[in-house]
Design a protein around this ligand. Structure first.
Ligand SMILES: [Zn+2]
Length: 365
């Protein structure tokens, strides 16, 4: 097994965005960093410097009105965007740093400074639209990673390699985002739904769960039609159904699209013990998805892969899930830690929605 150079982007200011008692609190990321430190895994990663996305950079994907609003609410001591989504005085800076961290990871990978990178960030981002944030999210971190990967590395970030620069001049690179957070990545979908250079694929619990969107028939618009793939999963779906979705949809979609980089919206709230959803993945099942994406990135993208942290509200699951993920990124595929085991209840075998997605997108007849 080849060991790979893996970068990580993190900033202590991510902890300053915090409200006691809210499920998306600073202890989530602390648990991740403690686990990575205690296991010795963090010392095997390459630390990438992180600076905040500038106002102009944030406005490349968000409207100036929205960026100004987030800044203004923070500056006035905090507030809320909706019933779920809080801001404190430090939130603008934390969110701008989270976007900056995702950009830094994409930039480092696309310029071949590291083979893979992980943005260990919060607040999460995949529910952030161009003109508003919701669902705990302020700015869309993973979208900034895809934006940088497809539209060019910032001058602040060392050099593009000569070959990367050449290929970029010839053709805009293509990014595939796979979002396995249990909630539909509605914000990311909206940002890229008419963009044929970014394939957005989301697997998520569907039905009576936030945000309610993400049906199989939502497949993009205009030039981007077909470059949005939604894989709705029933409550109770587990390792077997997700593995089937990967075999029958994710892998053929990746091969058909042939991305230059694999970008992952990595949420760990699909685990059976997570308090916010009813999908029943195990840590093994979650790690298997990461292994599949890693193999696809080796097959199709020269191994280029960027992971961006999203949700996950059981701290043991979240921290172990990230630990397992980092090991897969490095090339250690045989050390999945799963002390919690499989779901205590039987998993749903209802694959009707997988069949529907295959029909809509023409995978396997
Ligand atoms: Zn989520």
């Amino acid at each position: 097994m080849t060991m790979r150079t893996v970068g990580y982007a993190w900033h202590s200011r991510f902890y300053d965005h915090h409200v006691e008692g809210h499920p998306e609190h600073a202890g989530r990321l602390r648990a991740v960093m403690e686990r990575l430190t205690e296991s010795g895994e963090l010392s095997k990663l390459h630390a990438l410097g992180v600076g905040p996305a500038t106002f102009d950079e944030l406005c490349e994907l968000h409207t100036p009105d929205y960026v100004t609003r987030v800044h203004s609410i923070s500056e006035h001591g905090g507030g809320t965007l909706d019933g779920d989504t809080y801001l404190v005085r430090e939130s603008f800076e934390a969110a701008a740093l989270a976007a900056g961290a995702a950009m830094r990871c994409a930039s480092a990978v696309m310029s071949n400074n590291v083979q893979r990178a992980i943005a260990l960030v919060r607040p999460p981002g995949h529910h952030a639209f161009a003109d508003h944030g919701e669902g705990f999210c302020l700015f869309n971190n993973v979208a900034f990673a895809a934006h940088i990967a497809t539209d060019g590395v910032r001058s602040s970030d060392v050099m593009w390699s000569a070959s990367a620069r050449r290929s970029h001049a010839q053709q805009r690179p293509r990014a595939m985002i796979v979002d396995f957070d249990v909630h539909h990545g509605n914000g990311t979908q909206s940002i890229f739904e008419d963009d044929p250079s970014v394939l957005f694929l989301s697997l998520h619990q569907f039905g009576r769960i936030y945000p309610g969107s993400g049906g199989a028939e939502e497949m993009g618009h205009g030039a981007g039609r077909g470059a949005t793939i939604n894989v709705p999963m029933p409550a109770g779906a587990g390792d077997a159904l997700y593995a089937r979705a990967f075999d029958e949809i994710v892998a053929p979609a990746a091969r058909r699209f042939a991305p230059d980089v694999m970008i992952v919206s990595a949420g760990f709230d699909g685990h059976w013990r997570d308090p916010l959803a009813q999908v029943q993945l195990s840590l093994h099942g979650q790690t298997h998805m990461v292994q599949s994406l890693s193999a696809l990135s080796d097959e199709l993208c020269g191994g280029r892969m960027v992971c961006v942290l999203e949700g996950g509200y059981d701290l043991e699951v979240l921290s172990l899930g990230v630990l397992n993920m980092v090991r897969v990124l490095r090339g250690v595929d045989d050390e999945c830690e799963d002390p919690l085991g499989p779901a205590p209840r039987p998993e749903s075998k209802d694959g009707r929605w997988i069949d529907a997605v295959r029909r809509v997108h023409g995978f396997g007849g």
